[in-house]
Structures are given as C-alpha cells and as structure tokens.
Design a protein around this ligand. Sequence first.
Ligand SMILES: Nc1ncnc2c1ncn2[C@@H]1O[C@H](COP(=O)(O)OP(=O)(O)OP(=O)(O)O)[C@@H](O)[C@H]1O
Length: 251
Amino acid sequence: MVQETPIISFKNVNKVYDNGTVGLKDINFDIPRGQFLVVVGLSGAGKSTLLRTINRMHEITSGEIRVEDEAIDRYKGRSLRFLRRKIGMIFQNFNLVKRSSVERNVLSGRVSYYPTWKSLLGLFSAPDKQKAVQALQRVSLAEKLYARADELSGGQQQRVAIARTLMQNPKIILADEPIASLDPLTTKTVMDILKRLNQEDGITVIVNLHSVTLAREYADRIVGLRAGEVVYDEPIAAVTATDLNRVYQEV
Ligand SMILES: Nc1ncnc2c1ncn2[C@@H]1O[C@H](COP(=O)(O)OP(=O)(O)OP(=O)(O)O)[C@@H](O)[C@H]1O
C-alpha cells in the first residue's frame, strides 16, 4: 500500500528558550493528513510550544519540521505568509478585536489575501463578505454578523474565531486550549464544530487539552507530553486510562 506523505512531520526537534528552559526535547512524529490529534500534558509540558512551532510562531533550536513535505525552517516573507495562510490558529482567549463587529473579525481572517492598505480600510470584496456569512453559518452564528464581538458569550466568541480561520481555507487548524475558559455545554459545542470541520472538510486538527476525558471523546490519536518529551503516542483505539496516567506522573 502506498503511504501518503504526512501533512506535518517532526524530525529530531528541540526547542530551548533563551533563558535555558527546555521547551521541546527530541520530538519525532508524523501527523497524517485529516487526523484529529489531541495533545495532552501537565501545565508547562510543552503543548503550546509544540503547536506554535508548526506555524513558526516559535522557532525551533534544532531539527526539522516539514509541512506538506517541505521544510518550513527557512521560510520567510512570501513563503512564511503562505504557510500561515494554510494554518488556522485558535486561542484560549479567542483573540478577537472586541470592539469590532463579528463581520469585521471574520473578514480579518482574509487579510493575507489583500494588500495592507485595503485591509486597514476594511475594503473587502463582495465575494469575501459572502464567504464570511457562510463561515458564520458553519458555526451557527449567522444572525450575529453585525453584533459587536464583546457582546457575545465566550463560546460564541470562540465560534467567531473558528469562522475567522475558515476564511483562510485552512488545511490545518491548531487549537491551543480552545475550551479552557468555557463551561461544559459550550465546550461541547466548540469541540463538536472542530470535529465536524475535521470530518466534513478533511482539515487536520491539532488541539491542546488539559482534559483527558475530552481528549478520549474527540481524538483519533492522543500524544502526551511531559517536560518537553513525547511520553505517550497512541491511536484512540489503543488508549487506556491507566496508560494515560503516565503523562500526568510528576517528573
Ligand atoms: N517565552 C518563553 N520563555 C522561556 N520559557 C518559556 C517561554 N514560553 C514557555 N516557556 C517554558 O517552556 C515550557 C513549556 O511551556 P508551554 O507553554 O509550551 O507548556 P504547556 O504545556 O502549553 O503549558 P500550559 O498547559 O500551562 O499552557 C515551560 O517550562 C514554560 O515555562
């Protein structure tokens, strides 16, 4: 059987912060296209660091990361912009412009397709405005198009953030603790949306979570980090609660 090239590949990746803290230690694994991967681990285990190396928000110290079979380490300018265009990112605190409308926030996911002056003036095309409506429909928030972002609940703001990433036509979505500030019901709504985008659009989704219960509910595969190292990596069918405890043992 011909194996498809992984969409993301970590090869001997190390990250040491300027102050000497080890963020990642000899990371080696591949992520197949279309996988829903959940990364778990204690606070400080390196989950955010790992996620942020994929779109070069954090630089690695050594090793290589490949996205769609290209080493991304040397990307700059246009190639870096193109990389970031195909990778959507969702944050714990939503990162919306709170005093702007939902429409404007969603359209901002499209800025890399415009010259800076046009995006600053909010000169988005009619097709992109239509696309924003469609993106909001995907997260069941079309009726909030003209609301101000800060009028929305946390869960709704996170859904706007997801709609914003859809404007990029992402191949990959990175979600860094996307439900950490949400209640259980809203958590389910947000996780269900991510799962649907994964299943219906084939978007590769990588989510950092603290909750092992949620990880088991949504993941195709769970990777556990401890002190910057992969200490667990199993497809969901092989995951057992006892095994997962390993991830949470103190070093
Ligand atoms: N900018 C930085 N400078 C120095 N050390 C950092 C920096 N960012 C993170 N670290 C350290 O790197 C390690 C990994 O941090 P990281 O934020 O990736 O962990 P995490 O698993 O995402 O934690 P959390 O669940 O609390 O977000 C920690 O020891 C952290 O203190």
